[in-house]
Design a protein around this ligand. Structure first.
Ligand SMILES: [Zn+2]
Length: 251
């Protein structure tokens, strides 16, 4: 089968957790949630950071690199907050790990987004150009003007957490490149892997026929819960390659 030349695929990772000792981590464990860390993993204080290191090493070997989207808020207990405080010791170590990587904001709805964008720039010392809303929850009319005013060039907030999906949208009169997140690794927690790959191929073909760029989202913490997700990530990279997609960022 001849694949037409695709667009670009952005490899991205959202950082939702950094501390296995966050109180909600114990709540999740106590609820015997099957999709959570084991107690042995929970006892390893730096387990998330080490997983991010492994992910970076894996990508290096696979000949790709990625964008990490981080929070920048001090809030970590609200319903929609990320489960870490920006500026904590683990957060500072994360910034060191990511010093040569592209980074962007993973925003929450609990704090004005202008503040989160400004704080992330201060923490990383780099301009913030990429963005994704936590849980894909956002209000287009409110979000795009703020992103544009703060120099964000690319937004990945269009997508679904549990299902492979491709919906073409734009930012209207705003100068934001809206890149849909076609697949999140969470899809593998809800569907048979064969179905997920099938749906991904189909959506990738649709995106390619429209010459549209897409984003792929993998969470470091999910790979701790389900180690097969690293293999699945590799498979997704190979499928993109076979469809002549170019990877962003470039090495
Ligand atoms: Zn998130």
């Amino acid at each position: 089968m001849l694949h037409q030349s695709g667009g670009k695929v952005y490899l991205t990772h959202d950082i939702d957790w950094l501390h296995p000792w966050h109180p909600y981590s114990f709540v999740k464990w106590a609820l015997r949630n099957k999709r959570w860390l084991s107690m042995n993993q929970m006892l390893q204080r730096d387990i998330y950071l080490r997983q991010i290191e492994r992910l970076i090493a894996f990508e290096k070997q696979a000949g790709v690199t990625s964008i990490f989207l981080l929070g920048s808020s001090q809030r970590s207990f609200g319903l929609h907050d990320l489960r870490y405080r920006a500026g904590s010791s683990a957060y500072r170590e994360l910034l060191v790990l990511l010093k040569d990587h592209e980074t962007g904001l993973h925003s929450t709805g609990s704090t004005p987004i202008e503040d989160q964008l400004r704080w992330l720039g201060q923490f990383t010392g780099k301009p913030v150009r990429f963005h994704r809303s936590h849980f894909f929850k956002f209000d287009r009319a409110a979000l795009y003007p703020v992103l544009e005013a703060h120099g964000i060039t690319t937004d990945f907030s269009e997508g679904e957490a549990r299902r492979v999906n491709f919906t073409l949208r734009d930012s209207g009169e705003h100068h934001i490149n809206v890149v849909p997140t076609v697949i999140s690794d969470n899809a593998f927690f809800y569907h048979d892997p064969r179905e997920v790959f099938k749906a991904f191929r189909k959506n990738l073909n649709n995106a390619a026929s429209l010459q549209t760029d897409i984003a792929v989202l993998w969470h470091p913490e999910n790979m701790l819960i389900e180690p097969k997700l690293l293999e699945y990530y590799h498979e997704i990279i190979l499928i993109c390659k076979s469809h002549n997609y170019h990877f962003i960022p470039t090495l």
